[in-house]
Design a protein around this ligand. Structure first.
Ligand SMILES: Cc1ncc(COP(=O)(O)O)c(C=O)c1O
Length: 423
């Protein structure tokens, strides 16, 4: 690991601890460099270093090395490829493995997100990074992650798959319509749960904007978690939907200030490239190095890399597309609010709307069978009676609104008839 990276990791821990000790950041940083203990977190002692947070087997892992790490041109007979090539079109020298480093793509991501290319991990969707982070930090059968329901389901799936414990601290209830506060972190309750787990919580997952909540989390709350002396683990801010949120909302630039912050982003949402499977983890260089060490050597394929790079050359078009989605979001939200069977339409910072509707499950089911598929979220915490609908094209949105109005009206009429028969 590069010396500078481990230093920045320790420096931020020192600054966070300085709050408790009432020492200046400079003085504390000097103490840490001198090797003296500071008041800490994660069970009352000194905050754990990155080395102490990462599973020992991972920290000591020697990464897979291929001959092409050292030599990548000449007569290449080192990787058991087929020099004859494929029987189909061969645009990108497909007979050769892709670059394990992806520096060109990382440079584009870095420039777009205001970080250095060394802060970027490239993965097969952000789902790959979520699973890797659990495998890197959490000892199966011993450690836990903390999630804040209602939230993205894969955190739990990865925890169960990896035999990692799950601590759940629900968000505040949804505030309903635009302007009202809601679906926010309960920072004090999170810190209480972390303290109770006595150092076992290695990662807190904060989905911002949230899925299915559709709302940004408060930046101050995430910074409070990062600076709390009672928590020394990793904070993952999952920003899959960040490009639909107001300009400047991303936490990506904070990864250079807070080495325990990892920001996840993806090309699956605003970039409209769910089919290529490309996502990113932005983090401290030392954390990214560990991710790179653990990943499969050629996780990013040539086709995906080429399309992703082409997309970064079209940022003006990306912004225009996002503008269209946001316009449609406002139109669909207004139309939903006008429907008598629809209750709260939650404020959205994403490309979907979460809303309450009478007979939510029956509405969902009837619509799906008629060809308009949305997501029933009524079993999620704070989401009773809620559906989640993605903003589509204007035509798709019109079809959705028309089908919803028709279905909700017929279910309401059936309900009225049933009640009348019972009287
Ligand atoms: C909050 C959140 N994070 C991550 C993902 C996964 O994204 P990807 O397609 O990059 O794996 C999704 C997908 O729906 C999501 O909603």
């Amino acid at each position: 690991m590069a010396q500078a990276s481990s230093s920045s990791f320790d420096k931020a821990l020192a600054v966070a601890s300085g709050v408790v000790l009432g020492l200046g950041a400079r003085a504390l940083w000097d103490r840490v460099r001198a090797g003296s203990a500071c008041a800490g977190s994660g069970g009352g002692g000194k905050p754990r270093s990155l080395e102490q947070l990462v599973r020992p087997n991972i920290w000591g892992l020697k990464p897979y090395r291929c001959a092409r790490d050292d030599f990548d041109s000449g007569v290449l007979l080192d990787a058991n490829e087929n020099s004859m090539g494929p029987p189909c079109a061969n645009a990108d020298a497909f007979e050769r493995y892709p670059s394990p480093y992806q520096w060109e793509l990382k440079a584009l991501v870095a420039r777009h997100r205001g970080v250095a290319k060394e802060n970027v991990f490239v993965g097969v969707g952000s789902d790959e990074a979520i699973d890797m982070l659990l495998r890197i930090f959490c000892v199966p059968g011993r450690d836990s992650i903390l999630i804040t329901p209602p939230t993205y389901g894969m955190y739990k799936v990865c925890a169960v798959t990896n035999d990692v414990g799950l601590v759940e601290v629900p968000l505040t209830p949804g505030g309903g319509t635009a302007g009202a506060a809601g679906f926010q972190l309960r920072v004090a309750a999170i810190l209480e749960a972390v303290a109770e787990a006595r150092g076992a919580v290695k990662i807190v997952f904060a989905c911002t904007p949230g899925n299915p909540t559709s709302r940004m989390l408060s930046r101050a709350d995430i910074v409070a978690l990062l600076e709390a002396p009672g928590y020394d683990g990793i904070v993952v801010a999952d920003e899959a939907y960040i490009d639909f949120a107001p300009e400047g909302a991303s936490l990506s630039e904070l990864v250079r200030e807070y080495p325990r912050l990892i920001v996840l982003q993806t090309m699956s949402k605003a970039f409209g490239l769910a089919g290529i499977r490309c996502g990113f983890a932005l983090g401290d260089e030392a954390v990214v190095e560990v991710l790179n060490k653990v990943k499969a050597p050629y996780n990013m394929n040539k086709l995906t890399s080429r399309v992703a790079q082409a997309a970064f050359a079209e940022i003006a078009k990306l912004r225009a597309n996002i503008g269209v989605v946001l316009g449609e979001r406002a139109r669909v939200a207004a139309a939903l609010e006008a429907l008598p069977s629809v209750g709260a339409v939650h404020h959205s910072d994403t490309n979907f709307l979460l809303f309450e509707v009478a007979h939510a499950h029956a509405v969902y089911d009837t619509m799906a069978h008629a060809g308009v598929v949305v997501r029933y979220r009524g079993t999620e915490t704070h989401c009773a009676g809620c559906l989640r609908a993605t903003i589509g094209t204007r035509e798709e949105n019109d079809a959705f609104l028309a089908m919803l109005a028709k279905t909700a009206a017929s279910l309401a009429a059936a309900d009225d008839a049933k009640k009348a028969a019972q009287q």
